[in-house]
Design a protein around this ligand. Structure first.
Ligand SMILES: [Zn+2]
Length: 391
């Protein structure tokens, strides 16, 4: 298997390690910025590289509707399409179908839904959602799941969880029969990179025919610890190279999120990556690392930035606030990003108040830098053995 996960350090339940994917390595724990339609809104790819972003999340639902899977496949896959020669993860489309589309109809076979763009009718099944993700060609792809609404009754949540398990098995079967169809399967550049890596670490993967993606399973089970446990146990029986915990951060109180993560994570294998979907604030992502989570994604840093909410080492700043109008200090004196190095709060406040495009760009760059730096420090602390005892 070209896809590999190695844990290099532990501090209590937290782990620091490395994910090896066809488009490069990722140091974990990692926060993945969201690039919904193959762009992190307002931020060019070279800036993402400067910030130290290692892996992006793209949304299958959006790219399937526009520009379409076949277009991206013909252009060599989503990494080539968006000129991001680094790892990408796509979600299964399940969450967007449930949150964005109208008139959806769920059956055992799959979900019929209407596009939020033009109202046209579409159908996602475990097979077609997996086919779409193979065509897009992200390095890590997700089994098609039903994100149970919140709140939901026990019986409804259990039935939904059971269907997600059946859909996971169908996604895996389809993936195993079609994974060589990924657009970059026999890409010579990737083969060369793989050979170099094989030489470096002494492994013999160079004898394989080509590179393919890694398909992760998703744990559901709503807000019921026993269903989370059951879902985790049985998803692991299906045997995936990594596991996600989905269906959280859907409006429940935060202590409940922690409880559900805890209920599921104890049943996920130690040696496989664990991905908590759709979280969280800078304080929360550190808490999830402490629970043993390796990967996270969230629209919060980028969306909040566009609304003028900035995360700093001294707390949150709402930049539109009049108190910053004459403030010539940097946004965050402890941040090394190029926004904090160059611009004042007064200027950022002026850009925001004037509704200038540059406000969104600069705010997003800073918030991403703050998240990336938070995770970099967490990794250093885990490796130094000082993370679990941090105040
Ligand atoms: Zn900054």
């Amino acid at each position: 298997m070209p896809f590999r996960f190695e844990i290099e350090a532990r501090d209590d339940k937290a782990r620091a390690g490395r994910l090896f994917t066809p488009h490069g390595e990722v140091q974990t724990p990692v926060f993945m910025p969201v690039g919904t339609v193959a762009t992190v809104k307002g931020v060019p790819q070279d800036t993402l590289e400067e910030l130290g972003v290692q892996i992006l999340l793209n949304n299958t639902y959006h790219l399937y509707l526009r520009p379409g899977v076949e277009m991206i496949r013909q252009l060599g896959g989503v990494q080539k399409f968006m000129s991001w020669d680094h790892p990408i993860l796509t979600d299964s489309g399940g969450f967007q179908v449930f949150s964005l589309s109208s008139l959806r109809k769920v059956t055992e076979e799959g979900v019929t839904f209407r596009s939020h763009l033009d109202g046209s009718s579409h159908f996602f099944s475990p097979e077609s959602a997996t086919a779409a993700q193979i065509g897009l060609g992200a390095d890590i792809i997700m089994a098609f799941d039903e994100c149970t609404e919140h709140p939901a009754e026990y019986a409804r949540t259990q039935a939904s969880m059971e269907m997600t398990l059946r859909w996971a098995a169908r996604s895996k079967k389809y993936f195993e029969e079609h994974r060589q169809e990924v657009p970059w399967f026999a890409d010579p550049a990737l083969a060369k990179r793989r050979l170099e890596r094989g030489t470096r670490d002494g492994s013999t993967r160079s004898s394989e025919a080509g590179e393919h993606q890694a398909l992760f399973g998703i744990v559901q089970g709503g807000m019921f610890p026993d269903l989370r446990r059951e879902s985790a146990r049985r998803t692991v029986e299906l045997d995936f190279p990594g596991y996600a915990i989905g269906g959280l951060s859907v409006g429940e109180p935060r202590p409940m999120t922690y409880e559900m993560v805890n209920a599921a994570i104890r049943f996920l294998p130690e040696d496989k990556p664990r991905y908590l979907m759709g979280v969280g604030t800078p304080e929360e992502i550190v808490q999830y690392v402490a629970q043993g989570v390796d990967m996270m994604d969230c629209v919060l840093p980028t969306r909040a930035a566009r609304h003028g909410l900035l995360f700093t080492s001294e707390g949150r700043i709402t930049i539109k606030n009049a108190r910053y109008a004459g403030d010539d200090s940097p946004l965050d004196p402890n941040c090394g990003c190029k926004v904090c190095a160059r611009y004042s709060r007064a200027y950022l406040r002026h850009l925001y108040a004037s509704n200038e495009l540059l406000a969104q760009v600069l705010n997003t760059i800073h918030n991403l830098a703050y998240y990336v730096d938070t995770m970099r420090k967490v990794r250093e602390e885990i490796r130094a053995g000082t993370f679990a005892t941090r105040s």
